[in-house]
Design a protein around this ligand. Structure first.
Ligand SMILES: Cc1cc2nc3c(=O)[nH]c(=O)nc-3n(C[C@H](O)[C@H](O)[C@H](O)COP(=O)(O)OP(=O)(O)OC[C@H]3O[C@@H](n4cnc5c(N)ncnc54)[C@H](O)[C@@H]3O)c2cc1C
Length: 203
């Protein structure tokens, strides 16, 4: 539908409303207002945990503190907390997921996995003007491959897959999510070829 308008207001993003926790002993981030959870989703107050949109946690996988506003995070975090409560505080599970969300936009199935803040390179898979395509974010550079004579073979090396956005390509998402979890490096040329299954681009 096309609607004529003089001005369009777009509201993007959200901030945790945690002001009411002031003075409770629960540590809050001065930067984004999130409850500062540790790697087991514990807060600074004993026996108090934090999950979902209000809580950030340190991710070893991505080397930074993550504040994730997605449904899947609000489902998976509580599982870790329930397990840790049942374990009675000893050898708790660490929460370090590959973040994931899906959405339907304009009749298209949109899925995202990972976190691409620190990625070095973006690789297109398919034509973005079409109905189905993906974008990959890679990190790290192995450098050009050497040819048999020791010279540069012209290959652009490999990068580790850290995130992926798939539009109408759920197979890319399913395979990519596993590759991200395992920290697998991809061959750039094969990864950019939408006719090659993504898992076949693994180095
Ligand atoms: C418009 C919109 C579209 C979205 N689309 C997607 C999507 O397509 N895919 C996706 O993965 N995610 C999407 N999300 C994000 C997803 O909905 C959230 O990540 C998820 O709901 C977070 O769950 P939660 O339980 O942490 O928080 P919430 O669902 O926000 O639940 C928190 C609850 O706590 C209550 N509350 C707050 N303060 C207090 C208080 N002081 N006392 C008592 N109760 C309180 C609130 O009323 C609320 O019911 C969308 C969010 C929005 C707003």
């Amino acid at each position: 539908t096309t609607l004529p308008a003089d001005a369009v207001v777009v509201g993007i993003g959200a901030r945790p409303a945690t002001g009411w926790l002031a003075g409770s002993g629960v540590e809050i981030s001065a930067e984004d207002g999130s409850v500062l959870a540790d790697e087991q989703l514990r807060t600074s107050v004993p026996d108090v945990y934090a999950v979902g949109d209000c809580a950030s946690f340190p991710s070893t996988r991505y080397g930074s503190r993550l504040l994730i506003h997605h449904w899947d995070n609000a489902l998976q975090g509580p599982r870790t907390v329930a397990e840790n409560i049942a374990r009675g505080g000893t050898e708790g599970l660490v929460y370090d997921p590959v973040p994931y969300f899906w959405s339907e936009q304009f009749g298209r199935f949109v899925q995202y996995a990972g976190h691409h803040g620190d990625a070095d390179e973006m690789v297109w898979r398919g034509d973005p003007s079409g109905a189905a395509w993906s974008v990959l974010w890679l990190r790290g550079e192995e450098g050009p491959r050497e040819g048999p004579a020791g010279g540069d073979e012209g290959g652009r090396g490999a990068g580790r897959l850290v995130a992926l956005l798939a539009v109408g390509r759920p197979r890319d998402l399913a395979q990519g999510r596993k590759l991200i979890e395992r920290g697998v490096a991809l061959d750039r040329e094969r990864a950019a070829n939408a006719a090659v299954p993504l898992k076949a681009a693994a180095r």
